[in-house]
Design a protein around this ligand. Structure first.
Ligand code: 3HC
Length: 293
């Protein structure tokens, strides 16, 4: 018999975690959102409030539905508050040691049957899972940014994930209106493996001054019908995250397509992380509005 999911924990309410929390709350689930401190918690809450405001403005939600959605999310800085959840999705920073600690703690505080999921972009789900006493109930649920908008979720299974866990998580993902793709555990999984080779290539072309950022972005938007050009997309993803994804893939594949372009590292060191820091390849007065400098 398949599991019933009622309460969902989301650990880490950065751009991705807040989006994931919104997706579950929108589908009627009670969500417990966890952050490390009050400041990050307030940022996560305002991200969900802002995103649902957009949904109301765009006619995707009524004001009443928004209020009900927001009421379904509770916010806390205590990880122990997810102890009654049926599934916990971790979306903390992309560092294996940090994720390992979170999973070890989640394993300790949740019921043994609770499914522990990671939203990692490229780290090994298997390596994360062995920090728990229940690797067979650890799985990847990889959402795409912005999670409330994009349809795909990669459901990442390891060699020990139980088939009923894969089936139940797939059904859950479909219940929240997403398309689930079940795939094996490999650095970058499927989409990021393809996408980041392309994004990295765009950074190299820009670095070599072969094309301006506007031309690179226009080429892919107008020539290939992509919703955003590669440099604008890197700003949306965050250059720090992009670099981590590329590093992880390069370590595993040794394919030069995945060796991060030097410019990426330089920009990160200089604090140009993309939209979240106000400047990346473009400068942002407000999130979402590129201003040419
Ligand atoms: N949160 C919530 N909703 C958002 C949003 C956000 N951050 N950004 C846009 N939206 C909504 C808007 O409200 C709008 O909704 P409406 O149709 O109800 O009005 C809709 O999305 C379209 O937005 P806009 O009209 O403002 O602009 P666009 O049509 O250009 O869409 C976009 C914006 C959805 C970001 C689109 O450009 C896009 O899909 N870009 C590509 C994004 C992408 O490739 N993401 C994958 C990144 S890789 C990844 O996430 C993996 C990870 O591991 C790194």
């Amino acid at each position: 018999m398949s599991r019933e999911f009622r309460r969902v924990g989301v650990v880490g309410l950065g751009i991705q975690g807040a989006g994931v929390a919104e997706v579950f709350a929108r589908a009627g689930f009670a969500v417990v959102g966890v952050e490390i401190d009050e400041k990050s918690l307030a940022r996560g809450r305002s991200s969900i409030e802002h995103s649902t405001e957009r949904a109301v403005a765009g006619g995707k939600l009524t004001e009443d539905e928004r209020t009900a959605l927001l009421d379904r999310v509770s916010y806390t800085t205590r990880l122990a508050d997810v102890s009654e959840c049926d599934i916990v999705v971790e979306a903390v920073t992309e560092q294996l040691s940090l994720k390992a600690d979170v999973f070890a703690e989640l394993d300790r505080i949740t019921r043994p049957e609770t499914i522990l999921a990671t939203n990692t972009s490229s780290l090994s789900v298997t390596e994360i899972s062995v920090h728990t006493g229940r690797p067979e109930r650890v799985i990847g649920t990889h959402f795409f940014n912005p999670a409330p908008v994009l349809k795909l979720v990669e459901v990442v299974r390891t060699v020990v994930t139980e088939p009923d866990v894969i089936a139940d998580v797939t059904a859950l993902i479909e219940r929240v209106g997403k398309t689930a793709l079940v795939i094996g555990d490999r650095a970058g999984f499927l989409s990021n493996s393809l996408l980041f080779s392309y994004l990295n290539h765009a950074v190299r072309m820009y670095e070599q001054k072969y094309a301006s950022r506007e031309d690179l972005d226009a080429a892919m938007r107008y020539g290939c019908g992509y919703p955003m050009g590669p440099l604008a997309l890197l700003d949306l993803i965050g250059l720090d995250i992009a670099s981590e994804v590329l590093d992880t893939m390069y370590k595993q594949s040794r394919d030069r397509l995945h060796a991060p372009a030097p410019l990426l590292k330089q920009m990160i060191t200089a604090g140009l992380l993309g939209r979240k820091s106000g400047r990346g390849f473009y400068t942002y007065e407000e999130p979402g509005s590129p201003v040419v400098v």
